[in-house]
Design a protein around this ligand. Sequence first.
Ligand SMILES: [Zn+2]
Length: 423
Amino acid sequence: MPDTLAAEAPETPGVIARTECRSCGRGELAVFLSLGDMPLPDALVQPEQVAAPEPRYPLDVAFCPNCSLVQILQDVSPEQLFVDNYLYFSSFSTGLLRHSAEHAGALIAERGLGSDSLVVEVASNDGYLLRNFLEAGVPVLGIDPAPQQAAAAAALGVPTLTEFFDADLARRLRSEGKRADVIVANNVMAHTPTLNSFVEGVQILLADDGIATIENTYVKDLVDGCEFDTIYHEHFCYFSCTAVDALARRHGLYLNGVEHFPSLQGGTLRWRLGTRAAQSRSVSEYLEAERLSGLTGVEYYREFGSRVKWIRTELRELLASLRADGKSIAAYGAAAKGSTLVNFVGIGPETVDYVVDRNVHKHGLLMPGTLLPIRDPSVLLETMPDFLLLLAWNYKDEIAEQQAEYLRRGGRFIVPVPRPEIL
Ligand SMILES: [Zn+2]
């Protein structure tokens, strides 16, 4: 596929198509992957709505040659993406709970947090992280626009503002006398269409000697692991250290530390930002490694685009040959990434009987686009499908533990990326 420039992206109703970089504002974005017209990944379908047409939006991924930020070109309104349809509750993942408790404990010890401190979390979800600070007597403030999740957090005693975080909200909080010793923002910086306002807000709200820790999937892990299914309309940006460093500096913040969690969400980085420059060796090492491995040039991403198309072909052939042999197939994980995968590859009810998910709020609904029914995982042992396609491949080990009995009875897992294979 020849690269196209963002300026040539077609107009679609209900979508703003970007022609300028979300970070540095320059044009000349190079598109290296087009995933086609996709439904919103969390817009699960009610059974009575099956006949109604679903809105679909183009999904093009581009690289900024100026600041190295990888980003999608299309903006669907955040209200539509995160409020109406959002059913993700962080506390359903035991691995994430463990990771969060460790992070909170380390911050409390390292920063000497106590009853006169303030920890603010952006995208605090159901209070999965802040509860740890609360239990240690550290005052907290959660910010999350999703009402169901905010209500769940409030039930735990975590005060939560049901709003989107940006520079305006940060100014308001600061005018009320609030300054944060620690700001935590996990898996949210990629979710904001107004990236610059978000980072400006962090700078405004942070106390003079405060730190912000920001976690997001690492674009290098995404590309190297061919995790194209983490690309969807909720994720506007895909960050490298090079891109974060440039973004932070433009807002008077410094990238002072980097930590890597290879098994978290398919590969996550934790960036540590401060109002003063105190760069650890890890930062310079990451920046140098990114330059050497090509992350700062578009060729690296073009090659990724080719591999994504190869996976689609291979997975289609694998599933078709299993069905031709009379095998039954179910899938695991009705999350957004699963929606990208089944819609891009084209996996519908003719191939997969149903999808299971532990989130009880999703049971009885259907996946957007391909309309696969979502059921409770207990149905696996009742129906014993021959194969289980792991759409939530990032939780492979956790699923293997949960589904030990399914595996013991002869069920097999299919992992779709980085290359489709039967385990
Ligand atoms: Zn840029």
